[in-house]
Design a protein around this ligand. Structure first.
Ligand SMILES: NC(=O)c1ccc[n+]([C@@H]2O[C@H](COP(=O)([O-])OP(=O)(O)OC[C@H]3O[C@@H](n4cnc5c(N)ncnc54)[C@H](OP(=O)(O)O)[C@@H]3O)[C@@H](O)[C@H]2O)c1
Length: 328
């Protein structure tokens, strides 16, 4: 895969153009500020009277209603939640998507599952930062940037990829590096990883490990150190130094124990479950279930989130952060 860097992207592609950032939440607020600070002409499109309108104005950005922002903009960045994008698109954006405009997503969900079907005479791209909005902004301000993915779904103007790379540069992503993939690859990998590895898998492992230790008489403070603090150190080592250096860098007792026991946790049954979860992502059944939950009012989601956070790990985490002097 080709890794695109700053030198491969040209901000002048967007010169004289208006970049409409639709939504001012996690990604929208970070992206709008980064694009503005990169010298681009940004217009934020949000619901009139909503909390975002006030926040964007306070951040000294030009703000308009969603339809008006879409009408005025040459590039339209869809940064409202994935579950509401179809509705926002059909109500406000579709009729304002004139020939040659660029529709830009930060996640492939709505294109992959056919929820939004843009007309043939526009460019459709994705610029997906591999971080939260807060981290994107923080890294941008530190002159660092976070990595990202770009994809081109439709290239009407012949300039779609250059446009996507320019947005990526405006967000600081090319400082770190940007890979090109397809919408499907980004959607499937992102959903699968957050379910099985980065969030779902990690949190389940931390909670189960913590519970097992405490049940066996280990003080929760010590169990917390092992499951959260040490876990973070090891993840950082793998990212910074690689697998080999990590396995050679921790004690030989740790390496022997990890290599003889780890596979008993992520065993054949766990791998089979991972495959099933990947299949649910790929065949659209997860997307259908999630949209159904959204349409039903998100009661089950709120309950799951409440229960998911109500764990001794959370209670001890708050205590430990306080005791160790972290800022809350
Ligand atoms: N979060 C991440 O870390 C992350 C990372 C990479 C990519 N992405 C992608 O970035 C996109 C945006 O995600 P996000 O997490 O930034 O979303 P978010 O924070 O939940 O978005 C909130 C914004 O959407 C607006 N909004 C919510 N419901 C709306 C509706 N029905 N009609 C109009 N506006 C509505 C809110 O306006 P009001 O204030 O008026 O309610 C607010 O401005 C998604 O495609 C997501 O997959 C997210």
């Amino acid at each position: 895969m080709v890794l695109y860097a700053d030198g491969d992207a040209d901000l002048s592609q967007l010169k004289g153009k208006i970049i409409g950032v639709i939504g001012y939440g996690n990604q929208g607020s970070a992206q709008a500020k980064c694009l503005r600070d990169s010298g681009l002409n940004v217009l934020v499109g949000v619901r009139e009277g909503g909390a975002s309108w006030k926040r964007a104005e306070e951040d000294r950005l030009r703000v308009a209603g969603i339809a008006e922002a879409a009408r005025e903009s040459d590039v339209i960045c869809m940064l409202v939640p994935d579950m509401v994008q179809r509705e926002v698109y059909s109500k406000y954006i579709k009729k304002n998507l004139g020939e040659g405009k660029m529709l830009c997503f930060a996640h492939g969900f709505n294109i992959t599952y056919g929820l939004i079907k843009p007309p043939k005479n526009v460019d459709v791209v994705m610029v997906a930062p591999k971080s939260t909005g807060a981290r994107l902004r923080e890294a941008f301000l530190q002159d660092e940037g976070v990595p990202g993915l770009i994809a081109v779904h439709q290239d009407y103007t012949g300039n779609a990829k250059r446009g996507a790379l320019a947005i990526a540069k405006g967000l600081g992503l090319t400082r770190k590096g940007v890979f090109e993939c397809t919408f499907d690859q980004e959607t499937f990998s992102n959903l699968f990883a957050e379910q099985c590895v980065t969030i779902g898998g990690q949190l389940s492992l931390m909670k189960a490990g913590f519970e097992t230790m405490v049940r066996n008489g280990i003080p929760p403070e010590i169990a917390y150190f092992e499951c959260v603090g040490v876990a973070k150190t090891i993840m950082e080592m793998v990212e910074r130094d690689g697998l080999k250096k990590t396995l050679y860098g921790v004690s030989r007792t740790a390496t022997y124990g990890a290599l003889t026991r780890g596979g008993r946790i992520v065993d054949e049954k766990a791998r089979k479950s991972m495959q099933e979860i990947f299949d649910e992502v790929k065949d659209g059944s997860f997307a259908e279930e999630w949209l159904g939950e959204y349409e039903a009012g998100m009661k089950r989601f709120e309950e799951l989130r409440r229960k998911g956070s109500d764990h001794p790990l959370e209670h001890f985490g708050a205590k430990m952060r306080k005791a160790l002097g972290s800022k809350e």
